[in-house]
Design a protein around this ligand. Sequence first.
Ligand code: HEC
Ligand code: HEC
Length: 235
Amino acid sequence: MAVNSRNGLFVLLVCLAGVSVSVTAADKPAVKPPEVKVDMETGRQINGVCAACHGDSGQGGKKGEYPRLAGQHVEYLAEQLHKFKDRDRHNIPMFPYTEERELPDEDLIHISAYLAAIKLETQLPVFKDTDDALTRLLAVDKVLNIPRSEGNIEAGEKIYHRECASCHGRTGMGKRNMPMLTGQYTSYLKRQIDKFIKGERLHDEDVKDKSKEILNMLKPEEIRDILAYLSTLDD
Ligand code: HEC
Ligand code: HEC
């Protein structure tokens, strides 16, 4: 009781001193994230560096060695870049590009917003005879359709809707910090699932016991079938 009234007095004194406080002294101080105005042009410039691996349009490459980033949710991209920066997520190729000197927090927001806004087509456009080679080349860069992966699509659909859709969405589009899985390379998704199972990446922070984590409870065939189903969603 004595402690509470001292805290109350502290808040009162701070208010009297003309400093506005939104929380009582007993609560956590309110830490405001830096307010950054998104600058797409800066994002585009930073992307010049990322493009070496992830492609000019964030379409990824080498059949999933480099994941697609285009159209992924801005919150998810920013959170993952923070995890690389904080060394909570480990990847040697990404390491030099996420050091503070290379990617300060403000730039991290610009590049995430830039990538999230890129829309990739899933089908090649119909070219006109007058379209030159460069126009065609640029258009091809913005097309990504994930090849069908092997497995039982119907079985995968059932497991996906039972176990994954609540977070990743009924059509695999995700939301906020829950990534879009549709239109992502199968080999990349499989590699991440293996990392989650081994505990090299954390899938669900609320599940402390790894054996109770959904990906650890599925059989390899079930994971194969989910991946087969996901590979159909962008067709
Ligand atoms: C030298 C190659 C290389 C460069 C350059 C590079 N990356 Fe990556 N990036 C990778 C690889 C490889 C992965 C996959 C990591 C894994 O398998 O866990 C990755 C993963 C990512 C992911 C995680 C995607 C997901 O779905 O979780 C993000 C976000 C990302 N990179 C953003 C960037 C940004 C932004 C830049 C430029 C500032 C960049 N990368 C530059 C190689 C690179
Ligand atoms: C409780 C919500 C939730 C459920 C249910 C869930 N996920 Fe996730 N998933 C997440 C979150 C959050 C992340 C991002 C984790 C991080 O921060 O690294 C993620 C990441 C992933 C990734 C990595 C994607 C990338 O771009 O790197 C894959 C693959 C994945 N989940 C597959 C699945 C599958 C398959 C299921 C169903 C068997 C599933 N998830 C169920 C929340 C969930």
